[in-house]
Design a binder for this molecule. Structure first.
Ligand SMILES: NC(=O)c1ccc[n+]([C@@H]2O[C@H](COP(=O)([O-])OP(=O)(O)OC[C@H]3O[C@@H](n4cnc5c(N)ncnc54)[C@H](O)[C@@H]3O)[C@@H](O)[C@H]2O)c1
Ligand SMILES: [Fe+2]
Length: 383
């Protein structure tokens, strides 16, 4: 039995860290950049903070911003065609998970054209070549896509979101600059922060968890618990802590997997275009309660990381309940929705959602084995 860890070659952190991008481009010998972002970020000038640096150094680039949340296959294909026409030799992803994941798919297909249908990248794809080099600049404190080997694409036609797992997709450089995240509206900060908390909790309890990934996940849980509210309310120090915490969670979960919360959140994105973090926030505490008996001492550790008073001395049954209650209170206090109705879910879809969640790549990592019927009951419990 061996364990594998894969991280970026280089990562820069801190307010103002985007100033390192010109140096990275120059020292790596790149000649032209293809920037993958989205329209909101271009219109609000967030993307421009980076492209201005490229202008200042006289570095040629093109911008592709035709990416929408829960990014569809079509956004990948249009971006791929534009990238190949551009003659660029480096990709710069600027955005939340949606532009980052689109950027990864473009980079992977460009060097592995046999996967040009996109759908065949689902799961662990047998690509032979590393992606076109990617410099990833997150604008949300959530997905950690800048340091993960995963990307998630939506098949609109078949109403499916699919997860691709490929070490070849990891960005070579991550630039985690909290100032790139500060313009996000409160609800987005809450949702993406709950995505990060879900990564940390699912990563800590997933089947593949081990000593090294545990370090990252516990640190991430504690830091998110103490800084998400402040970050949501615009405090710059807390925003910087969240930027780091979500990355730390990514260093862990990318290497060990997730669980049923993500398995159940993905179909909600595919069916209703629900924001990924909102869906996770609704499901996290109920799925934790479902998993509790299959987690050994781990929920006690989570309760301690969440600063539940006396958690170290509780019986294990009480410690597990305390961890679930703490997460439930945390998500409620942040104002995340708590029911599927609030994100437009329809009763008649629940059986199809349950089957899709059962089939999702992430569900295999869940600490407790689960049936389609149990997933359906869980969806009902939060409907
Ligand atoms: N690759 C991975 O490892 C991984 C992990 C988790 C989730 N994901 C995927 O990532 C996607 C979700 O990404 P996300 O939650 O970061 O959101 P997102 O990228 O979908 O963006 C959501 C909205 O927020 C806006 N936005 C982003 N940053 C902003 C900022 N700084 N200021 C103002 N507006 C801003 C965007 O323009 C967009 O309209 C989902 O598809 C999810 O499945 C990927
Ligand atoms: Fe996620």
């Amino acid at each position: 039995m061996s364990n594998r860890m894969i991280w970026n070659q280089t990562a820069h952190f801190g307010a103002g860290a985007i100033a390192e991008i010109p140096g990275e481009l120059a020292s790596r010998g790149f000649a032209k950049a293809f920037v993958v972002s989205d329209k909101v970020l271009v219109d609000t000038g967030v993307t421009g903070r980076v492209t201005r640096l490229l202008d200042d150094m006289g570095f040629p680039f093109e911008v592709y911003s035709d990416v929408t949340p829960n990014p569809p296959i079509e956004a990948v294909l249009r971006g791929l065609a534009a990238f190949e026409a551009s003659g660029a030799d480096v990709l710069i992803g600027i955005g939340g998970g949606s532009p980052q994941d689109t950027c990864k798919a473009i980079g992977i297909i460009s060097t592995n054209p046999e996967f040009a249908d996109v759908r065949s990248l689902e799961g662990v794809a047998a690509t032979k070549n590393p992606s076109v080099p990617i410099i990833a600049v997150p604008t949300t404190a959530g997905t950690a896509s800048e340091t993960t080997i995963n990307y998630v694409i939506t098949d609109v036609e078949r109403q499916r979101k699919f997860v691709c797992v490929d070490p070849h997709a990891i960005p070579v450089v991550a630039v985690v600059d909290s100032e790139m995240m500060s313009s996000a509206p409160r609800s987005l900060k809450v949702a993406t922060g709950l995505d990060a908390l879900t990564h940390a909790i699912e990563g800590y309890t997933t089947k593949g968890a081990w000593e090294l990934s545990d370090l990252f996940h516990l640190k991430a849980i504690a830091t998110i618990a103490e800084s998400l509210l402040g970050a949501a309310n615009g405090d710059p120090v807390a925003t910087e802590r969240m930027a780091l915490a979500q990355y730390i969670a990514g260093m862990g979960y990318s290497n060990v997997g997730l669980g049923l919360v993500h398995g159940m959140a993905h179909p909600l994105g595919a069916f209703y275009n629900a924001p990924h973090g909102v869906a996770n926030g609704i499901l996290l505490a109920p799925v934790m309660a479902f998993n509790a008996d299959a987690t050994g001492e781990r929920f006690r550790d989570i309760a301690v990381a969440l600063r539940v008073e006396g958690a170290a001395d509780l019986s294990i049954a009480d410690a597990r309940m305390a961890a679930v209650a703490a997460v439930s209170a945390f998500t409620r206090d942040l104002g995340n929705p708590t029911t599927l109705r609030e994100i437009g879910a329809k009763e008649e879809d629940l059986p199809a959602l349950a089957q899709a969640a059962f089939d999702d790549v992430c569900t295999g990592g869940n600490p407790r084995e689960v049936t389609v019927e149990q997933i359906l009951a869980l969806y009902w419990s939060v409907y």
